[in-house]
Design a binder for this molecule. Sequence first.
Ligand code: ASP
Length: 343
Amino acid sequence: MKNKTIILVTTTLLACIALFGQAQTTGKKYVMVIHGGAGNILKKNMTAVKEAAYTQALTLALQKGYEQIMSGKTSVDAIQAAIIILEDSPLFNAGKGAVFTHEGRNELDAAIMYGSTLAAGAVAGVTIVKNPISAARLVMEKSGHVMLAGSGADKFAAAAGLEIVDPSYFWTKESWDSFQGVLKADSVKQAQGNMKSMNRGAVNNDSKFGTVGAVALDKAGNLAAGTSTGGMTNKKFGRIGDAPIIGAGTYANNKTAAISCTGWGEFYIRSVAAYDVSALMEYSRMKVAAASKTVLGKIQKLGGTGGLIALDKNGNVATPFNTSGMYRGMISEDGKVEVYMYK
Ligand code: ASP
């Protein structure tokens, strides 16, 4: 009788664990997730044409990454292929279409990390590299360093044979107009003596978002993460955000997950956000969804806004955000694309 009770309790417990496990995942195995930035993305502000353009760009990026994975290439190849599409699209705050600094320049940040070896590379404040994600990859593979900044990073990329463009290449009317809007709002605040709320940039005042990121899982079971951004509108003094900082905006570890963040970078740096997701999974045995939610909760508590994407070694996905929307998409093992924008 006692044995029977023990068996019954054990079976019920196992069933509960199985159910809980299922509730944490969709049961589907994803091989790549991307984001195109979090912010004030509302259906009522979107035209059908704009929605279609975002959907098309995100779909193409996912397909390019997927092609790499299916042909047996690494997750790093997939990340790079997907992010290049998003950097080349003027819709996003990365590569062409990047936001403007206070001086009216474009200073771009990017990072990439390989979960198999924990190799990582990043560039910050580059101004002439057409695809900063490719520069980040070269830093990882060829420089002997992890992070290069400013003119040195530009020089390194040029010497390595990457495509170099005139800084005017990054200019788009939409970014310029939103920069002018932020400058105007700032001068009003300055006149009112409200210095504290000035210059907080894109995510807070919703003038422009669109940092891009990707996380991928290749056929060999290796994870990678990458992020690329123009940073925040009206940034000053050589400001660098979370995106190129390994562990803050970008992190990948085969033991846990690959993570790419978007949002108000200062909060993600202070929270060491991407690494925190991985650490919660590694040390607290949290699942990717719970760890991602916990980290976003911590950021929110500090006053930060944004989101993140995470993909674990089993193909489970988490895409939490605390803004009204986040451009995001994922592709499963069977090639099915899903794209979302709103809550
Ligand atoms: N996280 C980026 C930064 O702070 C901006 C963004 O994701 O929109 O540079």
